[in-house]
Each structure stands twice: as structure tokens, then as C-alpha cells.
Design a protein around this ligand. Structure first.
Ligand code: N01
Length: 560
């Protein structure tokens, strides 16, 4: 029998997922270590601190549901929380739950290897850390492996270059400077108005025009907040049984059931309310029927014409390359309005592509655009990137990148055959990114913790997804996507934003409610599709972790 590993579980990441996973496992009596590349907690909200960064989910719903006392205390001031507010929230939660002592910060994991003989994982972060654990849980975020295209000449640029996905902690001086912005997804849409307010000029380099929805950001009425808080637990309960993790009524009628005037009135009302009300609140078939989709798309294009005063600019901003909603719809504040400012100009890269970056700026086919600062809002290697960058090797030294070379294969988005005792929170095949993410994260964390408790109670050493179950789930993820228009777009949902990435639909879009029910049924039936086995655990896990033990073990691991 092998000796016991250093930890029962290593959790990688200290965002919503990592914090809750560490908390839950600690409370369940597992010896758990969290490891985080950043110097503090926050995950996505630690790195994406660009000016204008806010969440698209409303403040009320963008938080943990398992802290009923704390949720009463936490102030809700604006409809959408800003990045500093969310970071403060996560730091405060981590402090309250005494979680930072269980983490090693500033350690970027670059090797996760399974030892078949011992039945555990060795997790390394360069020379900084090496630890062993029975279980590894990736809480690395679905949208955290940033994508920065390598334009020729970029190293020669004499100004500053920054990615929204790893923005400096200190404010970037913009006053009196000429900024260039590459990318018009959610990040670009949020950062543009702030750049335009602060910089002397902004040139936007747009490859694909987007359908941007108005956020309608506002300060919250304290009376409304009081009402919400009085009913918080009931709202949370309902939230868990919605497809998207936000309890708004799903539209029941297709566009075909309404007259043209009714269709327009409905779109106008949803547009007036903004955010989720337009994204999920128009027609029941907005992303399944081409005809209905064309109505929504045409409505947004008409709004662009209304808002943008220069008709040439307005035309460039109108999306024609994809159906509405099939690329993640950015939610913006003053996005289209910003193009009416005299200091903002737009380059349509489909007509005028980037040829190189020079010492002085960006050269497109039509000429050079002199710049002092280049901002890359060019997205992420979504869902798979942050897991693959850990360099995971499972049974027989098989590499995860190879196992996923034709597209990721998972069971429930949580486990990969051939990689025992490795769990992926909001991984490919999970509904996480198409929901209000903390709600999906809580479901994943609780379900994984229950499974680990079950394995412990029954003396199982390994938990592994069966190949047949993973194949069935992976096919199901594609089948559900294929009932919609989503796969028709070149989106990060399809891996289409990363050159060479297999073109498969990455998240599960069947709904968090349906997914939750399936997971619950699987748990109730004794986990069919999972192989629970191996010799009984070498020793019963310790029932409590003392700070001294935890620090000692982490120190021993460092540089080992
Ligand atoms: O990234 P994106 P993002 N040359 O991939 C362009 C979440 N999020 O960081 O569309 C020129 O959406 C690319 O062009 P194209 C949210 O889920 C949430 O903005 O591929 N351009 C696109 O315009 C979101 O969907 C929040 O043709 C290039 C842009 O860069 C996800 O994160 C806030 C290029 C990338 O857009 C990702 O959003 C922010 C190239 N070589 C993000 N490569 C909130 O909740 C890429 N582009 C508020």
C-alpha cells in the first residue's frame, strides 16, 4: 500500500470556484491546499482590472448563496458590480471564512502529473512549489487563459502595450495620449468608453462588429435592495432552478405568434430594460429560428443607426457576419454613443487589415495609425486553455492536450476519462459560461464535494469518468448546441477565435436547471458513468486542518 499523499486535494485557483471549493472541502474534513498564480484572491476579478470592468450579471445575483448572514450585510449599490467591488467582495468573503491561510499565492502551476502506482497527483509550480494530492480540482476559470495575437513588429512598439486580461494594478496614464484598441468583445466594449473619456484619442481596430446590448447601469434604489434582501433566500432558491442562473421569466412566445408591431414593442421594452432582459427576454426562439433571429438582429442594427450619428461609422458597426446571440453578446454602457465623440475613430479590419505594429503605432493596409498605448481586448482560449496550460498528464503519462486534440471530451464537464481524481470546475461540457457563473460554480463545487465524501465513505481510492459516459455526454453537448444557431458563428464558444483549435461547441447550453437535475439523478443512483475503485484509501483523511500543519506542508512542498 502506498503512503498517503501530502494533501487530500489541491485546488488550483482562488476565484469564486477555488475559494468555495477550498472552503467546502475544509468543512468536510479534507486536507486541502489552494494554489493561485496571482498574489491574492479574486481569479478573473484579480486580473481583469481594466478601466470600465464590470460584471454583466446584476449585483443581486452575482455572489455566493451559502452565506445568508453576510449577504444581508454586503451593500448592493449599483445594478452591475464593478471589478473593484467584486474583488473587495471576494477578499472579504475569503477573510471571513479564514481561507487565505490555505492558499499558496504567486505560484503558477505548470505541471500536474498522475502517478499510477501511488494513485495520486504531483502538482508543481516551477521551483516554487511541489505537492502531492489524491485529488486535483481545477478552478482556473473558463475565461482566464488570455489570447494575445502576435502581430508582426509588436516587440518594436515604443509605447505601452496592455491586455485587458492582465491589466496593471497601477492606473495606466492615458491623458494626452493616443490609444489604440484591438478587439470589440465584452472587454473591448467595456473599456472603450473609459479610454475615450481619458485619452486624447482612441482608434478602435474592429475585426467583427458586435450586437451590443445596453446595460442600463444605475444606482440601486435602497428600498428595492431592502425588498430583495428580505426575500433573498427564496430568490436564491428560484435562481438555482433557472436555465441561466438568473430568475427572469423566459419568453414563452415565438416571434411568429406576434404581429410586426407587437414584435417591435417587445424588443423596445426589452432594450429599455437592458442587460439580461434583452439577452434572454425577447422571443422563445431568438437563437433557434433564423427568421426570429433576423428580427432581433435587424432591431439592434436599427438602434445602431439611431444612436451613431455618422452613417458611415454606423454601417461599419452593424454586424452581418453572424446571427444575433451566437457570439456572446456584450453588454455595454455608452458603447455605440462613444463613436459620436470627436476623439474616437473606427478601423474596419475586414476592409483594412492590420499589417504590422511599428515603433510608432499600428500599420493597416491603408496606412499607419500613430499611437502611444495599444490595448489588446482580444479574448481568451476559452474553457480548455486554462486547463491545458497546466500541462496535465494522466494515466500512463497521457497528456490532456493529446486527449483533447480533437476537441475536449468530458463527463458532465467535470471529469475526463484517463485522468482519475481530476475535476474541472466550469470546464468544457459544463454550462458555467452560459450562466450567471457563481450559480453554476456552486452547483459544481457542492456536487464534487458530495462525490468525494461518497468515495471516502465507501473507501474508494479513485474516481474516474467512464469513457462511454464521457463520449455520450460530449455527443449530447454537441447535439444540444446543434438544435440552435450557436454553432454557425465563429465564436469562442466554438473555439474559432484560437488558430488551430478544434471547432467543437465547448459549453453545455441545455440549461443549468436541466444539468443540475441530471447531476442529482446521477448522484442519487450511485454515480453511474463514474468508475469508483482502487484499493481503499491508505489512511482515513485527517478531520481537521490546523493553520500550522497547513503552512508547514506548503513550505515543505515549496522548491521540493
Ligand atoms: O473576448 P472576445 P473578451 N485581430 O473573444 C478580437 C467574458 N467577459 O475578452 O470577433 C483583430 O469576446 C475579436 O474579433 P473576432 C464574456 O463571456 C465578461 O471581450 O474574433 N482582432 C473580438 O472582437 C466574454 O464573451 C465580462 O473577429 C482580434 C475580440 O478581439 C468573454 O469574457 C467582461 C484578433 C475578443 O473578444 C470574452 O470577452 C469581459 C486579431 N488577431 C469579458 N483576435 C462581463 O461580465 C481577437 N480579436 C462584463
Amino acid at each position: 500500500m502506498s503512503p498517503a499523499p501530502g494533501y487530500d486535494a489541491v485546488v488550483i485557483g482562488a476565484g469564486f470556484a477555488g475559494l468555495y471549493m477550498v472552503y467546502r472541502l475544509r468543512e468536510d474534513g479534507f486536507r486541502v491546499l489552494g494554489v493561485e498564480a496571482g498574489d491574492g484572491v479574486g481569479g478573473t476579478w484579480y486580473w481583469n482590472r481594466y478601466p470600465g470592468a464590470r460584471c454583466d450579471s446584476e449585483s443581486m445575483y452575482y455572489s455566493f448563496s451559502f452565506l445568508p448572514e453576510f449577504e444581508q450585510e454586503w451593500p448592493l449599490e449599483e445594478r452591475y458590480p464593478t471589478q473593484p467591488v467584486i474583488l473587495d467582495y471576494l477578499r472579504t468573503v475569503a477573510g471571513r471564512l479564514d481561507l487565505p491561510k490555505h492558499f499558496v499565492f504567486g505560484a503558477r502551476i505548470d505541471s500536474v502529473r498522475y502517478d499510477d502506482q501511488a494513485g495520486w497527483w504531483t502538482v508543481r509550480a516551477g521551483d516554487r512549489l511541489a505537492v502531492t494530492a489524491r485529488y486535483v480540482i481545477t478552478a482556473t476559470g473558463a475565461l482566464s487563459a488570455s489570447n494575445r495575437p502576435q502581430f508582426p513588429g509588436a516587440a518594436l512598439f515604443e509605447g505601452e502595450q496592455h491586455s485587458t486580461a492582465s491589466w496593471p494594478a497601477e492606473p495606466v496614464p492615458l491623458a494626452g495620449r493616443r490609444a489604440g484598441l484591438i478587439g470589440t468583445g465584452s472587454s473591448g466594449v467595456q473599456v472603450l468608453p473609459e479610454l475615450a473619456r481619458q485619452a486624447q484619442s482612441v482608434t478602435v481596430f474592429q475585426r467583427t462588429a458586435q450586437f451590443v446590448t445596453p446595460a442600463r447601469q444605475e444606482r440601486l434604489d435602497p428600498r428595492l435592495v431592502a425588498l430583495w434582501k428580505a426575500n433573498y433566500q427564496e430568490i436564491r432558491r428560484r435562481t438555482k432552478f433557472t436555465p441561466g442562473g438568473i430568475p427572469i421569466p423566459s419568453p414563452l412566445r415565438s416571434a411568429a405568434e406576434l404581429s410586426a408591431a407587437e414584435q417591435t414593442a417587445l424588443c423596445e421594452e426589452a432594450w429599455r430594460r437592458g442587460g439580461i432582459w434583452f439577452l434572454d427576454g425577447t422571443f422563445s426562439d431568438a437563437v433557434t429560428s433564423l427568421e426570429t433571429n433576423a428580427i432581433v438582429a435587424s432591431f439592434v442594427r436599427s438602434k445602431i443607426s439611431e444612436i451613431v450619428t455618422d452613417p458611415v461609422v454606423a454601417e461599419k458597426l452593424k454586424p452581418w457576419t453572424h446571427a444575433w446571440g451566437t457570439k456572446r453578446v456584450p453588454v455595454g454602457s455608452d458603447y455605440y454613443e462613444t463613436y459620436n465623440r470627436p476623439n474616437v475613430s473606427l478601423v474596419d479590419l475586414r476592409q483594412d487589415p492590420i499589417e504590422e505594429i511599428t515603433a510608432r503605432g499600428i500599420r493597416t493596409r491603408s496606412g499607419e495609425h500613430p499611437l502611444d498605448v495599444i490595448v489588446y481586448a482580444t479574448g481568451f482560449d476559452a474553457l480548455t486553455g486554462s486547463i491545458e496550460r497546466l500541462h496535465v498528464e494522466g494515466r500512463n503519462g497521457d497528456r490532456l492536450e493529446d486527449a483533447w486534440a480533437g476537441g475536449p471530451r468530458t463527463y458532465l464537464g467535470l471529469m475526463v476519462p484517463g485522468f482519475p481524481n481530476l475535476f474541472t470546475i466550469t470546464g468544457p461540457g459544463s454550462p458555467g459560461v452560459v450562466t450567471n457563473v457563481p450559480v453554476a460554480i456552486e452547483q459544481h463545487v457542492e456536487w464534487i464535494a458530495d462525490l468525494l465524501g461518497h468515495a471516502r465513505d465507501h473507501g474508494h481510492k479513485t474516481v474516474e469518468a467512464a469513457l462511454s459516459a464521457a463520449d455520450e455526454w460530449t455527443a449530447h453537448v454537441q447535439d444540444v448546441a446543434n438544435t440552435t444557431l450557436y454553432p454557425t458563428a465563429d465564436s469562442w464558444y466554438m473555439g474559432a477565435n484560437i488558430p488551430g483549435k478544434p471547432r467543437v461547441f465547448l459549453p453545455y447550453i441545455g440549461g443549468l436547471d436541466v444539468y443540475r437535475q441530471r447531476c442529482d439523478e446521477i448522484a442519487a443512483a450511485g454515480y453511474p458513468g463514474f468508475e469508483l475503485g482502487g484499493e481503499p484509501a491508505a489512511a482515513a483523511p485527517a478531520l481537521a486542518v490546523t493553520p500550522a500543519e497547513e503552512r508547514g506542508a506548503a513550505e515543505v512542498g515549496r522548491g521540493a
